[in-house]
Design a protein around this ligand. Structure first.
Ligand code: F0G
Length: 459
């Protein structure tokens, strides 16, 4: 650990391999943005200076990960890379069975394909988009039971990812027979990267046990959640993050993981389970769609990178720097009167664009206006999570999203403290002239998932 009392956040690593930071002029970006229909998903990465679109699959890997990739055993069946990967996952989770997949949503599709039938229900704090979509694809229903504080962006509740235990209990009592599994997403991405407390995970586990419902965790960001438990939960401050993570896993019956987040790898995921009840059906489905169960749609070198990443991510110097960055960004943005979802989450900062650009009505997409300005002014790419993504027009009536958020998700180990300071200087300038920002008009939209390809025009 880096010793106090220094205040500067330093990256707990040295840099051995670098790539150039793209940079364009304001005029060039103006042209690029116009050609992209004012949609940042349509902008080529080579034109983006600071890419905060996602923290998924964007990590910088360590020398140990690259080294492990070089000694991978690419045998089709029973490779030693799989053995190393399996041992790492089983040691960490305490589960007996592990099935690799190419990413998180493949794990979701496999598991739900095997256990869900139309009419069934799956409760969670909040399901992530792909989790919900995979549940609905099976004809079942994804139910969100997050605590009420999660819906208030100003609430300082330390664990806004918590599930409402009373609601969960009565839900399970009512639908026990049609709930093939119950879930929790840690941290809660949909709710702003907010952590779930250990106490809440223990209570949820008790409820699921009471109704004999298998408890499956979505553990994409398990290390960040465990670190936030250590920082924020009474009685947990003296435990190691690894110990907290192990207890978290022990409380559930299994987990689904996207290794592209806290696996510190660019691809990969898995399902891990305590019992063998679903394993044989899952293996058959895995062979049919992803690959043989000892590689699951990945190259063995990806399994190696993931196995090393799953250990590195629990390094507390790394986690302390990681969470300090999100905190620093949120605190500084707030200083410039840019409101963010409180408190800062683990992997991202969410700007409240509705409050920040209160002169732009929701049907003119304040979040989209902000992401365009951030790109124009500073080459920053962020993601609108508001009425572009979730709003609808039905019978010519506009139905806005509940919130107009702009997410800055931070790739792991990629940008330095001076990059973040540079971004903040740019954001301070945007805050000064926010009244000049104008709303956006939809020029074209596809029939579904419009945020990826829609085209806009400035008002
Ligand atoms: N669960 C959660 C909580 C996630 O955040 C994601 C992905 C997935 C599952 C699916 O994993 O991408 O490997 O298939 N979240 C990314 C994001 C895409 O940008 O938040 P995947």
């Amino acid at each position: 650990m880096i010793e106090k009392p220094h205040r500067t956040i330093i990256e707990p690593f040295k840099i051995k391999m670098v790539e150039p930071l793209p940079s364009c002029t304001h005029n060039e970006r103006e042209k690029i943005l116009k050609e992209a229909g004012y949609n940042l998903f349509m902008v080529a990465a080579k034109h983006v200076t600071f890419d905060f679109l996602t923290d998924s699959g964007t990590s910088a890997m360590s020398s140990a990960q690259w080294g492990a990739m070089m000694i991978a055993d690419e045998s089709y069946a029973g490779s030693t890379s799989f053995e190393r990967f399996q041992k790492t996952v089983c040691d960490l989770t305490g589960y007996a069975h592990v099935l690799p997949t190419h990413q998180g949503r493949a794990a979701e599709r496999l598991l739900f394909g095997v256990i869900l039938k139309p009419g069934m229900k799956v409760p969670s704090n909040n399901h992530f988009d792909t989790t919900r979509a995979n549940i609905e694809q099976s004809g079942a229903e994804a139910i969100d039971l997050v605590i009420d504080e999660a819906k208030d962006s100003t609430s300082m509740h330390p664990f806004k990812g918590n599930i409402d235990i009373a609601k969960l209990d009565s839900f399970c009592a009512k639908y026990q027979d049609i709930i093939p599994c119950g879930m929790l997403t840690i941290t809660n991405n949909t709710g702003g990267g907010q952590p779930v407390s250990l106490e809440n995970i223990r209570s949820a586990a008790k409820v699921y046990k009471k109704y004999d419902i298998p408890f499956i965790l979505d553990v994409c960001r398990f290390a960040e959640n465990s670190y936030l438990i250590k920082m924020r939960e009474e009685g947990q401050e003296d435990r190691s993050v690894k110990d907290i993570a192990k207890e978290t896993f022990s409380l559930a019956d299994g987990c689904m993981m996207s290794g592209k987040k806290d696996g510190l790898s660019n691809i990969g995921g898995f399902i891990a389970l305590k019992s063998d009840k679903w394993v044989s059906a899952l293996r058959s489905s895995l062979i049919l769609t992803e690959g043989f169960p000892t590689y699951g749609g990945l190259a063995a070198r990806d399994l190696e990178a993931l196995a090393v990443g799953l250990k590195e991510v629990l390094d507390e110097s790394y986690l302390s720097y990681r969470i300090a960055t999100s905190n620093y960004m949120a605190t500084r943005l707030n200083k410039y009167d840019i409101p963010t979802m409180q408190p800062a989450g683990g992997h991202a900062v969410y700007i409240d664009a509705k409050a920040f650009l209160s002169h732009i009505p929701q049907h003119q997409f304040p979040g989209q206006s902000l992401v365009c300005e951030m790109f124009l002014a500073e080459g920053i790419r962020a993601c609108e999570i508001g009425s572009v993504m979730f709003g609808k027009t039905e019978n010519e009536t506009f139905k806005p999203a509940a919130m107009e958020l702009v997410r800055l998700a931070f790739p792991r180990r990629v940008y330095t403290q001076s990059h973040f300071d540079y971004v903040l200087e740019g954001m301070a300038e945007i805050a000064k002239k926010k009244k000049d920002l104008r709303g956006m008009r939809l020029a074209w939209e596809p029939p579904f998932l419009r945020h990826f390809t829609a085209r806009f025009e400035p008002m």
